[in-house]
Design a protein around this ligand. Structure first.
Ligand SMILES: [Zn+2]
Length: 223
């Protein structure tokens, strides 16, 4: 994989998406733009339907572009740098949590085949490595759902009904869990995953995402 990337880079060098300077393929931006992104980090405490969540960025500008490239343009090589940006906020927000493992919001099987990778799972694995936490798959997405951002407030809630299922209740019971997603908007996706996990009686569930768009969806503020 690394070889293919290097070979491709010879012919199609990666450029910083914000200023067009040449960059290494693993860099989300040139040093200057990376620094600007880093400075934009504001840990945003959010809620995922009653479950605690921390996001490192607001979902706009360069961060939005970075996530779209990660998600839809195969830039999985960004994961280590993105994890680096998130790690301090997660450590600070959850310093006393002593999690047992880290997990991620799953994708529907067919969607995963199409995209080949689940960016949230890749990020969770890398964060797990940095936090010294094992990564576990805990939830299956068993129903094809519509994209949440295409739906209104009410539809978002019903769209996810019955979409997730815990893989093994015994792995979840009594555990302290950190669950990762890329973005939190209405909080329904993460909230639904947390609710499904909660049925297996874990001790604690907390969430973390790269970015939060909750400021843009005031109608979906957690009640
Ligand atoms: Zn740049």
């Amino acid at each position: 994989m690394e070889f293919v990337r290097k070979l491709t880079a010879l012919f199609y060098p990666e450029r910083c998406p914000y200023c067009s300077a040449l960059v290494e393929a693993t860099q989300i931006a040139c040093a200057g733009c990376y620094d600007e992104i880093r400075r934009k980090h504001i840990p945003i405490p959010a809620g995922a339907r009653g479950f605690r969540c921390i996001s490192t960025f607001a979902y706009d500008g360069r961060v939005r572009r970075m996530i779209l490239r990660l998600k839809y343009h195969d830039r999985t090589q960004y994961i280590p740098q993105i994890a680096e940006l998130l790690i301090k906020d997660i450590e600070n927000a959850y310093s006393d949590m002593d999690f047992d493992f880290i997990t991620a919001v799953p994708m529907y099987k067919k969607d995963l085949h199409k995209r080949v990778y689940n960016q949230s799972a890749l990020l969770a694995k890398e964060l797990g490595r940095l936090l010294d936490l094992p990564y576990l798959e805990t939830i299956n997405k068993i129903k094809k759902t519509k994209k949440q951002h295409h739906l209104n407030y009410k539809e978002r809630k019903t769209n996810l009904k019955g979409a997730f299922k815990v893989i093994d209740k015994d792995l979840v019971k009594g555990k302290k869990i950190l669950i990762i997603d890329d973005i939190i908007t209405s909080g329904y996706t993460l909230g639904e995953c947390c609710k499904v996990l909660a049925k297996s009686k874990p001790e604690l569930i907390c969430c973390a995402t790269i970015a939060s768009a909750q400021n843009k969806y005031p109608e979906s503020t957690v009640i």
